[in-house]
Design a protein around this ligand. Structure first.
Ligand code: CP
Length: 312
């Protein structure tokens, strides 16, 4: 049975495989349309999308903006730093104000886990979670899945190592839910201080040693060391971290010869990944991830808008 149309995209956890497959298939069609410049610019005509980002972003905000514009929406980027949030306006009052302007799609990034879920209960617009605290970043996991599927032809049966600062990573959480749900084996590799306790309950295998964790894997997904969310003392120094957990040519050689190198960005070069690996034209798909981000976000906006109109 086809999954019921979804009004909001708040998390990967709980999404069924057919729904993810359908979104990836739709995103695939947008990859081709983007490359040929033939995007359906009337699909979201008359719709308004507001990007409401309480945390910094380059990739996610600009790709939602591009995605909305390529589908014909009116797109507003609300500058939180110059908004009335600075005068003490609450998140809910801000959302109520935007709601009163009849926006159709609200793309929200917030440092508090659960903030987009709260907004989704209060506004009429469809809410898309663009990253909430350490909880989830669903469109990042979808674009990662699309990148892997295009390169490897499938997700099921692959072994993916997610490495580094798992503790503070919403990207890791969304990817764990998506990849395990799609039949991949997921390894988490990092120091004990950067791995949440009992994370094995999510169906992953934990490694504290890169040599063991990377042995034979199909995909190496590196994560940014999130210093802004980190208590002091979790990592001795960036140099030490790179020595033991940074991806360089020697560590990558332990993975399968065809292994893909991924990173959601922004990268700390020389901390979690060496520049020659990040820029390796054969192994690294980091730029491709960015391209897939636009296509995935177009697919998400397309789906949510059709669901809101009742013709999903
Ligand atoms: N991957 C990611 O979310 O990047 P930005 O913080 O630049 O949006």
């Amino acid at each position: 049975m086809a999954p019921a149309p979804r009004r909001h995209l708040l998390q990967i956890q709980g999404m069924e495989r057919p729904e993810i497959d359908a979104l990836l298939d739709l995103a695939e069609s947008y990859v081709l349309l983007n490359r040929t410049g033939k995007t359906p610019r009337d699909l979201l005509r008359g719709r308004t999308l507001i990007n409401l980002f309480f945390e910094d972003s380059t990739r996610t905000r600009t790709s939602f903006e591009l995605a909305g514009k390529r589908l014909g929406a009116d797109v507003l980027n609300m500058s939180v730093s110059t908004s009335s949030v600075n005068k003490g306006e609450t998140l809910l009052d801000t959302a109520a104000t935007l709601n009163a302007m009849h926006c159709d799609l609200l793309v929200v990034r917030h440092d508090q886990s659960g903030a987009p879920h709260l907004l989704a209960q209060k506004v009429e617009a469809s809410v898309v979670n663009a990253g909430d605290g350490t909880h989830e970043h669903p469109t990042q996991a979808l674009l990662d899945a699309l990148t892997i599927r295009r390169r490897r032809g499938r997700i099921e049966g692959l072994t993916v190592a997610i490495c580094g600062d798992i503790m503070h990573s919403r990207v890791a959480r969304s990817n764990i839910h998506l990849l395990t749900g799609m039949g991949a084996s997921v390894r988490l590799v990092g120091p004990p201080t950067l791995l949440p306790s009992a994370i094995e309950r999510l169906g992953v295998t934990v490694f504290h040693d890169m040599a063991a964790g990377l042995a034979g894997v199909d995909v190496v997904m590196m994560l940014r060391l999130q210093k802004e969310r980190m208590a002091k003392g979790l990592v001795p120094s960036a140099r030490e971290f790179f020595r033991f957990y940074g991806l360089d040519e020697a560590k990558l050689a332990l993975a399968a010869p065809h292994a893909l190198v991924m990173h959601p960005g922004p990268m700390n070069r020389g901390v979690e990944i060496a520049s020659d690996v990040a820029d390796d034209p054969i192994r690294s798909v980091i730029r491709e991830q960015v391209e897939m981000g636009v296509a995935v976000r177009m697919a998400v906006l397309d789906r949510l808008t059709r669901a809101a109109l009742g013709n999903a």
